[in-house]
Design a protein around this ligand. Structure first.
Ligand code: AMP
Length: 199
């Protein structure tokens, strides 16, 4: 299964990625987590990325793409697949991913778009700031990240809708409720005849 999880910061992508990964046995690859690890370890890549992450800005595409290409080529088993969380985030990243997969595992199966309203997202981010202490969860940075999402990442919806891959899932409510909605959508990938027989 080759999946992308799309959605604004605070939509619950990390929580749902962990659940999908556990349930379907596919590794979840989170670019946000990869940057966090690189920053904590003080690597050259982490030093290049840190300023952008702290400001709530996107790390430039070439840095992200190098990191993802390395991860995909070194540790992804195409038979098993993968789940991408937080990548791609710009149209050029999505186009680069299409090319990478065209030359390796084959195209994506599905893009799950977690849809959550701005007020709920801001509330979740401020709760998370208290409980997890992320390095980019101040209110000002959260607002900036939402603006960046609207400008840079939301256009990916049309990119994937044109490819017939986009499935929007209501991301409001409890993690269990959201998981159940996602599983319904994923069932169509595991059992394509269900999808084919629907009007
Ligand atoms: P996340 O945990 O996915 O919200 O990512 C945290 C931060 O890491 C983002 O605000 C960006 O600064 C950076 N980041 C993560 N993924 C990407 C990406 N695909 N492109 C650019 N920057 C990214």
């Amino acid at each position: 299964m080759r999946l992308v999880l799309l959605g604004p910061p605070g939509a619950g992508k990390g929580t749902q990625a962990a659940r999908i990964s556990a349930r379907h046995g596919v590794p979840a690859i989170s670019t946000g987590q990869l940057f966090d690890q690189q920053i904590s370890a003080g690597t050259a890549l982490g030093r290049r990325a840190e300023h952008y992450v702290r400001a709530g800005e996107l790390v430039p595409d070439e840095i992200v793409l190098d990191m993802v290409a390395e991860r995909l080529t070194t540790s992804v088993d195409c038979e098993v697949g993968f789940l991408l969380d937080g990548f791609p985030r710009t149209v050029p990243q999505a186009e680069a991913l299409d090319r990478m997969l065209g030359a390796s595992c084959g195209p994506l199966d599905l893009v799950v778009d977690l849809v959550v309203g701005e007020d709920e997202v801001l509330e979740r981010i401020s709760r998370r700031a208290v409980s997890e202490g992320r390095r980019d969860d101040t209110e000002q940075t959260a607002r900036r990240r939402l603006k960046v999402f609207a400008a840079e990442t939301a256009p990916l919806r049309s990119h994937y809708a044109e490819q017939g891959l986009l499935r929007s899932v209501d991301g409001s409510g409890s993690p269990d409720e959201v998981s159940a909605r996602i599983e319904e959508v994923l069932a169509a990938v595991a059992h394509p005849e269900v999808r084919a027989s629907r009007p």
